[in-house]
Design a protein around this ligand. Structure first.
Ligand SMILES: NC(=O)c1ccc[n+]([C@@H]2O[C@H](COP(=O)([O-])OP(=O)(O)OC[C@H]3O[C@@H](n4cnc5c(N)ncnc54)[C@H](O)[C@@H]3O)[C@@H](O)[C@H]2O)c1
Length: 250
């Protein structure tokens, strides 16, 4: 059994895709969820769904690339629920699979800004709250198979996700056991990010070669986040857990 009742969980990129599923799953377990995104309509829909289902959530407009906005997310969580127990840095953007030579500095900064700077800034802002009290603080960062191998994105995306895994390890190293930090490395998941690729038939030939032989739904990743946040994962520190249908087996 997962025991997250009374936990305060901040999820970024929670208006859509995996973040949305994580927000719904955690709320379903009794957590108070802070739904963070730049997509205000999406935030509203997720909070309304949690509300309809009898859960507890607030929506916060938060841009993880903006230091003031990031501080505002933590302030709002603390004002409403008193602390932050679990931080899920999930917001991310894809590049256009461009190799180094075709990546502009602007594109590079945009992708690194959301996928890596955002993880650093929000973690740093939430750190005092995560360290507060007797219970361990939990951080879960959404990396990717592109955090382990090349080819799952372009130069900027792959670099950002390798950075997320490195950041997660360093966070564990520096703050364990008070903070238990882990990364999740999804493979091909049906979300807003991959919709067009799936519709264009570009994903299926790749996933057909994997042990699972298919892409996944975002709930299948949210279930792993739930496990990592729970006491059942008490000895899991600094891992980068593949949720990829076996994409990386060979
Ligand atoms: N879909 C996949 O196959 C896949 C695979 C591996 C990793 N990932 C990672 O999973 C995470 C979630 O992506 P998804 O697939 O659910 O995509 P998604 O596009 O459905 O969701 C991403 C969310 O992040 C939000 N966002 C973007 N920039 C933001 C910012 N500056 N501040 C706050 N929120 C911002 C978007 O508005 C969106 O709601 C990302 O980190 C992505 O890199 C996705």
């Amino acid at each position: 059994m997962v025991e997250l009742t009374d936990s305060v969980v901040v999820v970024t990129g929670a208006a859509s895709g995996m973040g949305r599923s994580m927000a719904l799953e955690f709320a379903g377990e009794g957590a108070s969820v802070v739904v963070v995104d730049v997509d205000d309509d999406g935030i509203e829909r997720v909070v309304a769904k949690i509300d309809d289902d009898g859960g507890e959530a607030i929506g916060v407009h938060g841009d993880v690339t903006d230091p003031d906005s990031v501080e505002g997310v933590v302030d709002r969580a603390v004002d409403e629920y008193g602390t932050v127990d679990v931080l899920i840095n999930n917001a991310g953007i894809l590049d256009d699979y461009a190799p180094v030579g075709e990546t502009s500095l602007e594109q590079w900064n945009a992708v690194i800004g959301v996928n890596l700077d955002g993880v650093f800034m929000l973690t740093k802002a939430a750190l005092p709250k995560l360290l507060e009290g007797d219970e361990e603080g939990v951080v879960i960062n959404t990396a990717s198979i592109a955090g382990k191998v090349a080819g799952g994105g372009g130069a900027a995306y792959t670099s950002s996700k390798h950075g997320v895994i490195g950041f997660t390890k360093q966070l564990s190293h520096d703050y364990g056991p008070e903070i238990r930090a882990n990364a999740i490395c999804p493979g091909a998941i049906e979300t807003g990010m991959t919709e067009e690729l799936i519709d264009a038939g570009e994903i299926e030939p790749m996933v057909a070669e994997t042990p699972a032989g298919r892409h996944a739904q975002s709930e299948e990743v949210a279930a792993v986040a739930l496990f990592l946040a729970s006491d059942e994962a008490s000895f899991v520190h600094g891992s980068a857990v593949d949720v990829d249908g076996g994409w990386l087996v060979d």
